[in-house]
Design a protein around this ligand. Sequence first.
Ligand SMILES: [Zn+2]
Length: 237
Amino acid sequence: MNGKRILAFGAHPDDIEFGCGALLLDVAERGAHLDLAVLSRGEAGTHGDRSKREDEARQAAEMLGAEIHFPSTAGDTRIRADLDTTLLAAKMIRRLRPNLILAPTGHLNQHPDHRETSRIVRDGHRLARYGKTPGLEDLDPHAVEALLFYDISSEALGTDGLTPILVDVSPQVEKWKTLMQCHSSQTSNLDYTDLQLSRARTLGIQMGVGSALRLYSEGPLIVASSADLSSLRSPRL
Ligand SMILES: [Zn+2]
């Protein structure tokens, strides 16, 4: 991960940290450069306001050592995978040139902003790669090495047609809890922090480790060398 660039997309200020914060803490420790793209300021949320939620996201980004970006979209509850927003994501990808992109799963039964963000990123990363995409002429094409999806909430399990990847994040659990608590406006009623930690613990038990996160790929993944096979394991089900 040393020197690798990772770009994580979220619809709302807390999505990235709750969905895949433990993984980002781990890759940051291993020398990756992190960019976070947050497509709204959570201004339509029940708790917190635009300013507070942006502050919380900036605080979390600082803990991750990440650069945070708030690209201009239609905003909370209005994020749509239209051409303008997809090109906006593609431009970010061409400008930041990540090796790996993370995005929410596109499962239908969840906040529509999460679903739409998933599609925006999936389509945007393709347009970023195509050489003659109209509207992107000012930036060189960029092909990422992988696009992986993360679950924001328990009902967002995006297993349909996707390849799951379980990642051991046990060493990051305590830091992850602190990272999620940066979003204090979101942790007052429902205990989202405990929910995420419990899900990770359940996956960890299946893997035979402390805690794990589940990521997904839309297609097959390539193992570059047979040496990397030595770290692969099947879950203990
Ligand atoms: Zn969200």
